[in-house]
Design a protein around this ligand. Sequence first.
Ligand code: PLP
Length: 424
Amino acid sequence: MPDLRDLDRQIMWHPFTQMAEWDPLVIASGDGNYLVDSNGRRYLDGVSSLWCNLHGHRHPRLDRALREQLERVAHATFLGLTHEPGIQLGAALVEVAPSGLARVFYSDSGSTAVEIALKQSFQYWQLRGRPSKQRFLRLGEAYHGDTLGAVGVGGIELFHRIFGPLLVRSIAIPTPAGTDGAASLALLEQELVAHAGDIAALVLEPLVQGAAGMLVHPKGFLARAAELCRRYSVHLILDEVATGFGRTGTVFACEQEGVSPDFLCLAKGISGGYLPLAATLSTEEIYAAFLGSRQELKQFFHGHTYTANPLACAVGLESLALLREATLGNAQAQIPNVALALQRIRQLRGVEQVRQCGLMAGIQIEAQAGRYLGAEICDRVRYHGVILRPLGDVIVWMPPLSLRTRDLDLLEGATAAAIREVVG
Ligand code: PLP
C-alpha cells in the first residue's frame, strides 16, 4: 500500500488549507475524547473535530444506534418519502427547542441550514405580499458558512472579500462584542426604522460569534435585538450551528436570554459529531405561508439528496437523549474549571486576552508582524498530545462536552507549553 501521507499530498485538496505548506497527520481511529494517528499516537480532540463532537468518539450508545439503523436502511430520500428516524428526531428537536418553533426542515451542513433559513424567510415575505423585503441584516465579522448565500451574510474579510462580486449583499451591524452593546442596538434600530420594509431578516449567532474568534456578546444583547426584530416585523434567524447542543452550557444558547427566533439553524452537534446532518426549524406561521394547492406553486423548492439521512437521524436521536441525560451536566460542571484554566493561561507572556462562553473559548495571542502565531502554536501543541486549530491569532478551545478533568489538565498544560515555545 502506498504511504498515505504521500498519496494525500499527490491527490487531495483540503479545506481552508495552504496545500503548498501542508503536512498531513493521518487519523486512524478515535477513542473517547482522543484521536489516534496512524503511528498510534494519541491526541486530545481539543476542537471536537471542528466543533461537532459532543460525547467523544466511538461512544457505545451512538455506535449501537447507528448499527441498528444500518440493519434497516442506510438511506432513503426525504423528497416525497419519510422515515421513522427522521420523524422521531424532528419531534425530539421540536420538544427541546424554544417554544414556537414547530417545523423541521433537514439538510446536510451548517451552511445549508443557514442558506435554507435565508431562502425561506425571503419566500415567506414574497408569499405574504411583501415582495420588497429582500435584504438581510447581519453582524460585523459574521460567519455563517461557505456556500454563496451564507457567505453573503458573512463579514470575515479574509474568507469572504474575494467572493464579493458573487454575493447577495447584506447590511452589517457592528458586532457588540467588547462593548455594552448599546451602539450596535442603536444602529440596528436606525436600520430598522429606515429600511424595515426592505429587510427580510436579521441573522446572528446568539451569545458568541465562533469563527469570528470567539467574540462574546454582552448580556442582554440578544434579547434586545430579538425585541427590535419583533417590533419592526423582521425575522430573526439564529445560527446555533456552533453554539447549539450544549456548547454554551444550555441545550441552545438562545434559552439563556429567553429568546425564541423565527428560524433556528442547527448542524454540527446535531448528530453528536458522527454524520453530516442539519436542520432549520421555523414557526407554524412561517410554514403555513407555503401551503396551498399544487398549482399555486407555493412549496419550498429546495432539497438535497442526503437530506434527513436515516443513519444520521438515528444517531442524532440517541445523541440528543445522551446529551440531556448526562453529557450536558458534565459540560456544565466543567465550565468553571475551564474558566480557571483560562485565567492561568492569561498570565502567560504573549497572551493578550481570553474569552469564554460555556465550553467555547478563545485565547487571543498578541500579534507579531509577519508571523502566524496561531498556526505556529497549534502546530506545536500536537507534540504535546493535543489537536487544536486556530482562528488567525486566536487559539480555540472547543473540547467535547464529555471533557474530563484530566483531559482539561492536558489541554491547559499542552497549550501553555506550546505558547511558551512559540512566543518565547
Ligand atoms: N454557522 C456557524 C456559526 C458555524 O460556526 C459554521 C461552521 O463553522 C457554519 C455555519 C457552517 O457549517 P458547515 O461547516 O457545517 O457548513
